[in-house]
Design a protein around this ligand. Structure first.
Ligand SMILES: Cc1ncc(COP(=O)(O)O)c(C=O)c1O
Length: 393
């Protein structure tokens, strides 16, 4: 058989890839083909919550693969109904629809709110500046950043994008025509930026006045990453729909829409669907993820280690205020805003065997596996300090 060369030139050039070739991962570490070891604060961009090679995930997917890898959604399948049962039990939401990715789940939520609104004459979706909801046309229609949108016009009609955390703009923009508000309560891609409490309180008041749906995009921040099951749990609000993905499938493609009683009857047979959505192998991994995150204390760990990380970073900021502008986020979703472009820090940490992500040019985003401990936080902070001490000279 022809053995292909290991080169990437035949792939569409859509990613800026790191210059290392990973051979395998274990726990919170990745290893490259030359045997170098990397502490992973990148976390598959919030996918690898259980770290790498979790034995229970491997067991669950192996056992399921031996039964059936795919079953058409014309059949009921146990892994899907089991995971839906766990999700409704732990979240209090009534209904679940499974997709394969975050953006697909957002698309499903857009369809669902449109259908809900068609009965009551509500048509306009509101979303926020700098948000990130995915790469499909519906998701892009809810986003304003040129970097993601330029050249892909036209987008969906009746989508209004307003300023995040701007209460006046919110009050001016919401009315009887508003069908839904989509938001990341903690904006990830934008640089780990939380919604202010007053902003969310205003949103809740407006919902009581105008009766629209709230859709929480918890694709990055959800499933325990911030020290609570969902980041919106830090606020006094109950979204009607929650969209999750990333960590849900334990590394396999899986997303979901969770809906409350207000929307539980909107979708009917044939009105929405997916060939692969709710794949049984991915759902089997998902039950392990929920078990470990919720029942086995990983949410708690994310909270405790996250607080420790935050405080260590604040100490660093005190030492290097000219370099570190702000530390933001919660649990194990943390942004370190620098006064300069962060590519040099990313490269320097890579050389020291630590992987971090840079978002929005000057924010180092930390999204490590939720199994990380204080020792790994110390390793990161020492490496950051040694880089900053040289840059500050
Ligand atoms: C908040 C948020 N929403 C949606 C998405 C899109 O998810 P996916 O890449 O699985 O389509 C992402 C991905 O980074 C995200 O962070």
């Amino acid at each position: 058989m022809h053995k292909p060369e290991n080169n990437y030139s035949n792939l569409f050039n859509t990613y800026n890839r790191l210059a290392i070739k990973i051979s395998h991962g274990n726990g919170v570490y990745l290893f490259d083909e030359s045997g170098n070891k990397y502490l992973d604060f990148f976390g598959g961009l919030a996918v690898n919550s259980l770290g790498y090679s979790d034995p229970d995930v491997i067991k669950a997917i192996t056992e399921q693969a031996q039964k059936y890898i795919h079953l058409s959604n014309y059949f009921l399948q146990q892994p899907q109904s089991l995971l839906a049962e766990l999700l409704t039990k732990h979240t209090g939401y009534k209904k679940v629809f499974f997709s394969n990715s975050g953006t697909e789940a957002i698309e499903g939520a857009i369809k669902l709110v449109r259908k809900w609104g068609s009965d009551c004459g509500k048509t306009e979706i509101v979303s926020f500046s700098n948000s990130f909801h995915g790469r499909t046309m519906g998701s892009l229609s809810l986003m304003d950043r040129k970097k993601y949108k330029d050249g892909f016009e036209p987008f969906l009609p009746n989508c209004r994008i307003i300023s995040f955390n701007d209460i006046d703009d919110l009050r001016k923009s919401i009315n009887n025509k508003t069908v839904a508000v989509f938001l990341e309560f903690l904006q990830g891609e934008a640089g780990v930026i939380p919604a202010s409490e007053e902003f969310i309180n205003t949103l809740r008041e407006l919902k009581a006045e105008f009766g629209f749906l709230i859709v929480a995009d918890e694709i990055q921040s959800g499933i325990g990453r911030t020290g609570k099951l969902f980041y919106f749990n830090y606020y006094d609000i109950n979204p009607d729909l929650v969209v999750i993905a990333k960590a849900l499938g334990g590394g396999l493609p899986l997303g979901a829409i969770l809906g409350n009683q207000n929307v539980s009857g909107v979708l009917t047979p044939g009105s929405h669907g997916s060939t692969f959505g709710g794949n049984p192998v991915a759902c089997s991994a998902g039950t392990v993820v929920l078990d470990k995150v919720i029942e086995n204390g990983l949410i708690r760990n994310a909270g405790i280690v996250g607080d420790y990380l935050f405080n260590q970073l604040l100490n660093l900021q005190q030492k290097y205020p000219q370099i570190i502008r702000e530390i933001r986020g919660k649990g194990l979703m943390i942004g370190i805003e620098l006064s300069c472009n962060c590519s040099k820090v990313v490269d320097s940490l890579l050389k020291k065997g630590i992987l971090v992500n840079c978002t929005n040019t000057n924010v180092i985003r930390l999204l490590p596996p939720l199994i990380i401990g204080k020792h790994e936080v110390d390793l990161l902070c020492h490496s950051l300090e040694s880089h900053f001490s040289i840059s500050a000279e």
